[in-house]
Design a protein around this ligand. Structure first.
Ligand SMILES: *[C@@H]1O[C@H](CO)[C@@H](O)[C@H](O)[C@H]1NC(C)=O
Ligand SMILES: *[C@@H]1O[C@H](CO)[C@@H](O)[C@H](O)[C@H]1NC(C)=O
Length: 348
């Protein structure tokens, strides 16, 4: 089965150049699932620009991606004939020349809710939008007004955010949100914020957007570790929140498309895909879907996942998760292929 995926990927890669005329750029907003290095440039403890992060990346280089290799957005960029990586907007080694075909505004640890980005002092979503405005100014100077308009309206936008609002904020009881809202109300609050965000980028010119639903976040190794009473199974309560949130998100997406002319906002169903992998690991050549590869795999991420830990696994391709919170490059590649085939299918 995973051979079939790899075959499909190579077909997509070889078709890459024929897509490029249609997609001028890939533009990314969100959290650590898509942050390609912005957190390296801000004062936060949530970083991953050191080994063994990046050990399977091009040149074995840590970049600030929370992964052993590339992220799904990198694979998507490559498959549509753009660069093999989506550069982080705050990385000074890139210029507007690079960003003209791909740019990432994401920040690990952020959420839809301002209170979430405050927890670890990362980039709030509203500032990602400010960066997007700043980017457009630079792009106009570089490409001119007409060409910039074309790039902004024809680019594909990938949004991946929301898990931290629940796991780092609401259910971590570190902000007042759990007192202020029931879970159901908090979901509605976040859906409202997601809608506001979509409206903002729509008025700034975005049209072709893939919005990633929540994954089965109760199955993240870190959450399993805390599930002592249930034999370290998935925390069903969190998975249910993800499913309920996703139902509301899809309804909101329909409403937004109905009210904003020309908007092509598409849901990306990662929940079902992740669960399929968790339930059938061997179909994908995986041996461990419960613990991360890095360190003990039970709770480490960021600075706790470091090269001095002797427990880190030898072959991350046998694992679903790289650290206790983030998928391996192998799973990111699978997710990229299915995203191209579903949520992005009409654009590529
Ligand atoms: C989040 O913070 C920004 C900047 O202070 C503010 O403009 C925005 O209204 C805030 N959003 C919410 C929902 O409080
Ligand atoms: C991609 O889509 C094609 C046709 O729609 C389908 O046959 C194929 O199984 C899909 N592959 C994946 C990996 O989803």
């Amino acid at each position: 089965m995973h051979r079939a995926f790899l075959l499909l990927l190579s077909i997509l890669l070889s078709l890459g150049s024929s897509f490029s005329a249609r997609i001028p750029a890939i533009i990314v907003f969100g959290d650590s699932t898509v942050d390609t290095g912005n957190n390296n440039r801000i004062p936060t403890v949530l970083k991953s620009n050191f080994r063994p992060y990046g050990r399977d990346f091009i040149g074995g280089r840590p970049t600030g991606r929370f992964c052993n290799g590339r992220l799904a957005t990198d694979f998507i960029s490559e498959a549509v004939g753009l660069g093999p990586v989506v550069p982080a907007y705050l990385d000074p080694s890139y210029s507007i020349r690079d960003f003209a075909t791909g740019v990432c505004f994401a920040s690990a640890g952020t959420g839809l809710d301002n209170a979430t980005s405050d927890v670890l002092g990362v980039i709030p979503l509203w500032r990602e939008v400010e960066y997007f405005k700043d980017y457009q100014k630079k792009l106009r100077r570089y490409l001119g007004r007409e060409k910039t308009k074309y790039v902004i309206s024809e680019a594909i936008y990938i949004i991946s955010i929301g898990t931290n609002d629940f796991l780092e904020n609401y259910f971590a009881f570190v902000t007042g949100r759990f007192k202020q809202f029931t879970v159901d109300q908090y979901e509605d609050f976040l859906i409202g914020l997601a809608g506001e965000f979509i409206r903002k980028i729509y008025w700034l010119g975005a049209r072709k957007i893939s919005f990633t639903g929540l994954s089965p976040m109760g199955c993240l190794p870190l959450e399993r570790t805390t599930n002592v009473l249930n034999g370290h199974g998935c925390i069903e309560e969190y998975n249910k929140v993800a499913r309920d949130f996703n139902v509301k998100l899809q309804a909101s997406i329909e409403e937004l498309c109905a009210s904003l002319p020309g908007l092509r906002l598409r849901y990306n169903a990662v929940y079902e895909r992740s669960l399929t992998i968790i339930q059938n690991p061997s179909l994908y050549g995986l041996e461990n879907v419960r613990e991360g590869c890095c360190a003990t795999g039970k709770y480490e991420m960021g600075y706790l996942c470091n090269e001095w830990d002797p427990h880190t696994c030898a072959d991350a391709n046998k694992y679903m998760f790289w650290d206790s919170f983030h998928p391996t490059e192998k799973v990111n590649r699978l997710m990229a292929i299915s995203t191209l085939n579903t949520s992005l299918a009409e654009f590529v």
